[in-house]
Design a protein around this ligand. Structure first.
Ligand SMILES: NC(=O)c1ccc[n+]([C@@H]2O[C@H](COP(=O)([O-])OP(=O)(O)OC[C@H]3O[C@@H](n4cnc5c(N)ncnc54)[C@H](O)[C@@H]3O)[C@@H](O)[C@H]2O)c1
Length: 312
């Protein structure tokens, strides 16, 4: 039995694959543009398939004949690329999740884990829990809500054990795709490299982030939780909230040579609104024991350690 990860050679997919392999699991990655360099030493320990989640036969072929026990559906266009090309976002994000769920139904894959996003609440700066109305005006947010609801439908109608976590901004080294709140990780990464970084949102923009190690651990905990614990099915993860200026201050504290400036981009500000408020993650804590391990300081220090280890 194997685990299939769509978007498997992306930022989160690689770390998820690493953790699954460490458990002795068989792993199949499916990606539009497999990045073999990102896989490094993992490359010869797993199967990599090139394919497009918006292509129905390609998804069918990825699942057919492989005894897949669960699919982690991570392949997607993120917020900025989705806004630049909403038609492609519709194909990849909306058709993609339909194809994955349908392939799971046809081939009897019991479980699908879907990476949704706190972007479904973008612009809501109040208190947010799972009962909060989602009203995003980004194509990304719209397609993520579609995925969440379609998964709930496949659970009710066909018994697929669909589970989803709404990840907030994931911070870590090596993320390549620019998205609305990628400025958080890049403030740290560019500073580690000794490069200047210009933040494209206002200093007061508030946003929660989660460290990538926590994000992947959350996806695995959600995957592993006993079925009778899963009541909410689609979970908010709170992360650590910070305004852009507070986050920059923390980065400077630990990396004094950081050259971070602010030049808000009106397009980015329109897409993101005023940010995201405080998030309640009680359901994830109560139902599957979720608790983040990394705050701002721990994340910066861990990235610093990893960066220095990579150089030596
Ligand atoms: N990074 C974040 O801050 C963040 C926050 C919330 C949710 N998420 C979600 O987590 C998931 C993974 O994000 P990530 O940060 O690893 O992004 P990423 O851009 O690094 O990885 C996405 C991967 O999907 C692949 N992909 C894109 N289109 C595809 C297609 N048509 N068919 C197959 N593969 C395709 C890309 O090649 C890439 O490897 C996404 O679903 C994203 O929406 C990410």
């Amino acid at each position: 039995m194997a685990h299939l990860i769509t978007g498997g050679t992306g930022f989160l997919g690689v770390e998820l694959a690493r953790k699954l392999l460490a458990r002795g699991a068989e792993v199949v990655l499916f990606d539009l543009q497999p990045d073999m360099e990102a896989l490094g030493d993992l490359a010869d320990r797993l199967t990599v398939l090139r394919g497009d989640v918006s292509g129905w036969p390609e998804v069918l072929n990825a699942v057919n004949g492989r005894s897949i026990e669960s699919i982690f559906h991570l392949g997607a266009l993120l917020s900025v690329p989705a806004d630049e090309n909403p038609w492609a976002a519709y194909r990849v994000n909306a058709n993609g999740v339909m194809h994955v769920l349908e392939a799971a139904r046809i081939f009897g894959v019991p479980k699908v884990i879907f990476s949704s996003s706190m972007g479904v609440y973008a612009g809501n700066t109040g208190h947010i829990d799972e009962s909060t109305v989602q009203a995003p005006d980004s194509m990304y947010g719209v397609t993520k809500i579609f995925g969440e609801l379609l998964g709930r439908f496949y659970h009710r109608k066909f018994g697929i054990d669909f589970r989803s976590a709404r990840l907030c901004t994931v911070v870590g080294l090596g993320a390549r795709t620019r998205h609305m709140t990628q400025y958080m990780a890049w403030m740290i990464e560019r500073s580690l490299k000794g490069e200047p970084f210009e933040v494209w949102v206002a200093e007061s923009t508030s946003n929660p982030f989660i460290y990538y190690r926590d994000a992947v651990r959350a996806l695995l905990m959600l995957h592993d939780a006993p079925a009778d614990k899963i009541r909410t099915r689609v979970y908010n993860l709170a992360g650590t909230s910070s305004t852009a200026v507070e986050f920059a201050r923390k980065v400077r504290e630990h990396l004094p040579a950081a050259r971070i400036t602010f030049r808000p981009d009106p397009d980015a500000m329109r897409l993101f609104g005023k940010g995201i408020g405080t998030v309640d993650e009680k359901a994830a804590r109560e139902e599957w024991g979720w608790q983040a391990e990394y705050g701002v300081e721990q994340a910066i220090l861990d990235m610093k350690r990893s960066f220095e280890a990579g150089k030596s």
